[in-house]
Design a binder for this molecule. Structure first.
Ligand code: PMP
Length: 367
């Protein structure tokens, strides 16, 4: 069996140790004679798995007790709709910092539902190559929350600050963050956020699971007309089990949390590894005239590194040769083209070293 290096933006690489453990437990989970996929979500065994996953996540991110953690379905995209449905239930508008395609989708979904939206700042003018300055944010006076995307997965643009905003009347505006592609890449201060959410299929686990951490004072704001499966308060009251949750994805996410805690040694260590991986790759790109990354250095994503070749007619041969060398999924998103290497937690440093060596060799032969 050969495992190749997988640079996919999502669903993305999972830690080998997690896959091995899941394989070992697949047919017979801890002597119970069945797999996790076959258990009732209300069984003692599964409730223990779910509780442990939540406890480990709380430990890793240091999530305070006045936040609820929800394990949901529907992807991060469903949160684009659930957020305004819940948080604008008592009026006001949603404010956005728009720094790329995912932020734009969040705005269009809220608009589609008829909610008031206000773009407080956008990096559209600079082609999403630099995050707007914090002091350039123009928050509307009726802002119920401010939404931003801490890491734009397609553009490879990452915030280097956590916005803190007040309305003109001095009230703090709750911060809502789509952390789909950089959650768990390093420590964060959860208390700065009203809501954090993330699709699982990058740094958390397999597709099919979405995490939401929500501060208690933001619960209970939804009108009773929305579906119960969209209502954060009802989901929180039911321990994310209003209906059958994605049990196997929840279990695998729990194994990833254990790996981060026990094998890696926590998020500070993970952060150091991620910094190192990204810095090496950007240094290799910057040292070459053949590869380019356009993002302002302070906003270069540690998780998603897009780059273009000086001669785009070589794109397909680059991808094919990379694939043959065991470097998978380097094609950039279809909307931007070029290449993208996603360096999530489960992508080991050796993978980045191998990619850098391949890029140098390719440039020498073809550049
Ligand atoms: N937000 C960001 C930052 C993403 O990268 C993605 C998916 N790549 C999404 C939202 C949408 O996620 P999902 O497919 O889980 O709905």
């Amino acid at each position: 069996m050969t495992r190749h290096y997988n640079f996919c933006a999502g669903p993305a690489a999972l830690p080998v140790a997690v896959l091995e453990r899941a394989r070992n437990e697949l047919l017979d989970f801890q002597g119970r004679g069945l797999s996790v996929m076959e258990m009732s979500h209300r069984s003692d065994e599964f409730v223990a798995i779910a509780d442990r996953a939540e406890a480990d996540l709380r430990y890793l991110l240091d999530i305070p007790s006045n936040y609820k953690v929800l394990f949901l379905q529907g992807g991060a995209s469903m949160q684009f709709a659930m957020l305004p449905m819940n948080l604008l239930g008592q009026g006001g508008s949603a404010n956005f910092i728009q720094t790329g395609i995912w932020g734009k989708k969040a705005i269009s979904e809220a608009r589609r539902l008829g909610f008031n939206c206000h773009v407080a700042a956008s990096s559209e003018d600079n082609g999403h190559t630099a995050v707007p300055d914090e002091n350039a944010l123009a928050i509307s006076s009726d802002a119920a929350y401010l939404h931003y995307t801490s890491n734009e997965t397609i553009g490879g643009l990452e915030f280097d600050y956590t916005p803190r905003v007040q309305r003109a009347d001095g009230a703090d505006v709750p911060l809502v963050c789509d952390m789909s592609s950089n959650i768990l890449s390093g420590p964060i201060d959860v208390t700065q956020f009203g809501v954090i959410y993330a699709g699982a299929q990058k740094n958390i686990g397999p597709a099919g699971l979405t995490l939401v951490a929500i501060r208690d004072d933001l619960l209970g704001k939804a009108p009773s007309s929305i579906p119960s499966l969209f209502d954060y308060q009802m989901l929180a009251d039911a321990g994310s089990m209003v209906n059958t949750p994605p049990t196997f994805a929840w279990y695998l996410a729990g194994l990833v949390f254990q790996w981060l805690k026990d094998d890696i040694g926590g998020l500070e260590v993970m952060d150091d590894i991620n910094q190192r991986k990204a810095q090496k790759l950007y240094a290799a790109i910057d040292a070459s005239d053949f590869y380019t990354n356009p993002i302002a250095s302070r906003n270069r994503s540690r998780m998603n590194v897009p780059f273009v070749l000086a001669d785009s007619s070589l794109d397909s041969v680059f991808l094919q040769e990379a694939d043959e060398a065991g470097l998978l999924n380097l094609k950039g998103h279809r909307s931007v083209g070029g290449m993208r290497a996603s360096l999530y937690n489960a992508v080991p440093e050796e993978a980045v070293d191998a990619l850098i060596a391949f890029m140098a060799d390719f440039e020498q032969r073809r550049g």
